[in-house]
Design a protein around this ligand. Structure first.
Ligand code: FES
Length: 575
C-alpha cells in the first residue's frame, strides 16, 4: 500500500482530532454511544451508505451484509459508521423510482459531506440505487467502493426457469390471450422472485452493477456475484478491508472514472445487451465526474461491440447462469481488445490485471466475438424530426421485421388514456400500426416512468401478435423487450414534436439509417406547434416542484441542472 495520508490529514481529524469546544462536543457524544478514543484516533472513518429497508426486496440481505462490510473495515483498522439512505424499491415506489434517483444522489453526497467520513462503501443494486449512490459519491469525491447487492436466484415455475420482469410480461400476455389460468398465474407469482437480490435478467440492475464494475468502482467479479452465494459475504468483507487502504492511498473516484473508463463501461453495456436505462444513468454519472458524454458516443461504441451475454431479454439465460459461466470478469475477458485494459480499478490494479486469469466456463452463455448473439450492439440512437434530441431502441430485443418500418400512428395522450383504450374490441388498430404514448417523459410522467413497453392491444394479442412498433418519451424496464422506441427528446410535456403527433399520421423508422420521421410537412409541424397548449405542471410544492423545475432531458442524463459538475462545494465549517 502506497500510504499518502497521515492520520492528521484525515477529514475526520477535523471533527475529533482538534482541541476545542466543538470537538469536545463531537467526542463526548461519540462516547455517549459507547465509543472511546481508541475507536477513532488515527483510524479512517468509513461511511457505509446502506439502501436496505423493510420494503426493498432486492436489498433484504444488505441489513446483515453491512455487518460484513463493518467486519472488514475493523480488520483493516478503520472505524465503520452505517448511514441509511432512501432504498428505492423498483416495483414498489410510485410513480417511478426515477423521480427519486437524484434525491438519493443528493442524499448520498450530503450524508458524506456533513459527517466525519473519510471514505465510503456504497450498498445498493436495485435499478436507480447504483447510479444514485455513485453520482452522489463522485460529486463528494472521497475514496469510494460500490458494493453491489447482486442478482437473486433464477425463478422457477413448473420446472422451468423464470426471469423477473421479462417472464411477467410474457405470461401476462398469455393470460390475456386466455392461455394461462388464474391458478397458474398465482404459481408464477410465487416462483418468479424466490430469493433476496436484484432482478436476475439483464435488466437495469444487472446492467448498472456491471457498468459500475467496468468503470472500476467495484472489486473484480462483484457485480455478477449472486446475492445468496457465500462469496457475496466475502466480497462485502473484502470491500470493507479495501476501502480503508484506499483512504490511506487517497484513491478518489476521479482517478478511476476517467473518460476511458466511461468508454469501457459503455462497451460492456453493449456486450451485456444491457438496459436502455443505462444510457441516461451513464451520461449523468460521467457528467458528475466532469466528463462530457453524449448519446452519439453510445451509438458509435455500440456499432463496434456485439452482444456476447446470452441473457434475457436479449438472450436465453439468466444471471445465475451468467455467474456460473464466469460472470463479469469472463465477459470482459471475452471482449478482447474492445476494452482499454490499462484503466485503474478500486483494488489498485488495472482492469487488465483483474481479468488476466478470467475464464469462460460456458461459451453458450458468454459468447465469443465470432459467436455473438447479436452483431450490431445492444442499443441504437435514432434522430429525426420526431426526436431532434434523439431517442433509443434496443434492436437485439426487437422482431427483425420492425427494425425498418413505416406505419400509421395511434396516439394515447397519457398513460390513463392508453389503459382506458387498450382493451377495446373496436379499437382501430392493426399489427402494423405505430403506438404512440405522450406525457411519459421526465417532466410529463412525471419522473419518466417505465411505460415505454406499451401493452399490445388485447384484440391483437388474441390474434397472436406479440410485438409492435411503440414510441414514447418514457423509459422501459431493462427486463422488457420489443420494438420500443424510448426517451424521445424533447419530451411531449414541454412541446417536443411527439406532442404534435395525431392518430393517422405516418411514422417511419430505420435502425439501419438511425432515423425516425414523422411524415408530415414542416409547415404542418409549425402550425401544430403554434396551436399547442402547455399542460399545467404536476407539483405546486415540495421535492416534486424542485424536480420539475430542474430536471434535464434524457439525452442530458436527467440530472438536476444545479448538480452536474461545477466548482467544488465548500466543506462544512469547522466551528
Ligand atoms: Fe429490484 Fe428489479 S426490482 S432490481
Amino acid at each position: 500500500m502506497a500510504q499518502r495520508k497521515k492520520p492528521e490529514d484525515l477529514r475526520s481529524h477535523r471533527w475529533f482530532g482538534v482541541q476545542d469546544l466543538r470537538a469536545f462536543g463531537h467526542r463526548s457524544r461519540m462516547r455517549q454511544m459507547g465509543y472511546d478514543q481508541e475507536d477513532w484516533e488515527g483510524r479512517p472513518i468509513i461511511g457505509i451508505i446502506n439502501t436496505w429497508s423493510d420494503i426493498n426486496q432486492c436489498h433484504a440481505h444488505l441489513r446483515s451484509r453491512a455487518d460484513d462490510v463493518k467486519a472488514g473495515i475493523l480488520q483493516s483498522g478503520g472505524m465503520p459508521i452505517e448511514l441509511p439512505a432512501i432504498s428505492l424499491s423498483e416495483p414498489i415506489v410510485k410513480p417511478s423510482t426515477m423521480l427519486y434517483r437524484n434525491f438519493l444522489a443528493m442524499e448520498t453526497e450530503e450524508l458524506l459531506r456533513s459527517h466525519p467520513i473519510d471514505g465510503t462503501v456504497l450498498m445498493g443494486g436495485c435499478d436507480k440505487t447504483t447510479p444514485g449512490l455513485l453520482m452522489g459519491a463522485v460529486s463528494m469525491g472521497i475514496p469510494t467502493i460500490f458494493c453491489p447487492a447482486g442478482p437473486m436466484l433464477r425463478g422457477n415455475w413448473a420446472g422451468k426457469p423464470l426471469g423477473s420482469g421479462s417472464d411477467a410480461w410474457k405470461f401476462w400476455d398469455e393470460k390475456r390471450a386466455g392461455k394461462i389460468s388464474e391458478a397458474q398465474w398465482e404459481e408464477i407469482e410465487n416462483g418468479i422472485a424466490r430469493s433476496f437480490g436484484t432482478c436476475m435478467t439483464m435488466g437495469t440492475a444487472a446492467t448498472m452493477m456491471g457498468i459500475a464494475e467496468a468503470m472500476g468502482m467495484t472489486l473484480p467479479g462483484a457485480s455478477s456475484m449472486l446475492a445468496a452465494d457465500a462469496g457475496h459475504i466475502r466480497m462485502c468483507k473484502q470491500s470493507g478491508r479495501r476501502i480503508v487502504d484506499m483512504v490511506w492511498e487517497d484513491m478518489t473516484p476521479e482517478q478511476i472514472m476517467t473518460p476511458k473508463a466511461i468508454e469501457n463501461s459503455i462497451a460492456v453495456h453493449m456486450a451485456m445487451g444491457g438496459s436502455t436505462n443505462a444510457i441516461i444513468h451513464v451520461i449523468a454519472m460521467a457528467r458528475r465526474a466532469g466528463i462530457a458524454l453524449s448519446l452519439e458516443k453510445f451509438d458509435q461504441i455500440g456499432r463496434d461491440v456485439p452482444v456476447l451475454a446470452n441473457v434475457r431479454p436479449s438472450g436465453e439465460y439468466l444471471m445465475e447462469d451468467f455467474f456460473y459461466a464466469g460472470g463479469m470478469p469472463a465477459l470482459m475477458s471475452a471482449m478482447g481488445d474492445l476494452l482499454d485494459r490499462d484503466q485503474l480499478t478500486v483494488n489498485g490494479k488495472t482492469l487488465g490485471e483483474n481479468i488476466a486469469d478470467a475464464k469462460v466456463y460456458n461459451d453458450d452463455v458468454i459468447r465469443g466475438i465470432d459467436t455473438a448473439i447479436y452483431e450490431g450492439g445492444a442499443t441504437a440512437v435514432l434522430k429525426g424530426n420526431l426526436a431532434p434530441g434523439g431517442c433509443v431502441i434496443k434492436p437485439s430485443a426487437v422482431e427483425p421485421r420492425l427494425r425498418e418500418h413505416r406505419g400509421k400512428a395511434i396516439v394515447f395522450r397519457d398513460y390513463n388514456h392508453m389503459m382506458e383504450e387498450i382493451d377495446r374490441e373496436d379499437l382501430d388498430v392493426t399489427a402494423d400500426h405505430v403506438m404512440v404514448l405522450q406525457s411519459a417523459g421526465p417532466k410529463g410522467g412525471p419522473g419518466m416512468p417505465e411505460w415505454g413497453m406499451l401493452p399490445i392491444p388485447t384484440k391483437l394479442v388474441e390474434q397472436g401478435v406479440r410485438d409492435m412498433l411503440r414510441v414514447s418519451d418514457g423509459r422501459m424496464s431493462g427486463t422488457s423487450y420489443g420494438a420500443c422506441i424510448l426517451h424521445v427528446s424533447p419530451e411531449s410535456f414541454i412541446g417536443g414534436p411527439l406532442a404534435l403527433v395525431q392518430t393517422g399520421d405516418e411514422i417511419e423508422i430505420s435502425v439501419e439509417k438511425r432515423s425516425i420521421t414523422l411524415c408530415i410537412s414542416d409547415q404542418e409541424m409549425s402550425s401544430r406547434k403554434a396551436a399547442w397548449v402547455a399542460p399545467k405542471p404536476h407539483y405546486a410544492r415540495g421535492y416534486g416542484r424542485m424536480f420539475q423545475e430542474h430536471i434535464a432531458q434524457a439525452e442530458d442524463g436527467c440530472d438536476f441542472d444545479f448538480l452536474e459538475s461545477g466548482p467544488p462545494t465548500p466543506e462544512p465549517e469547522i466551528h
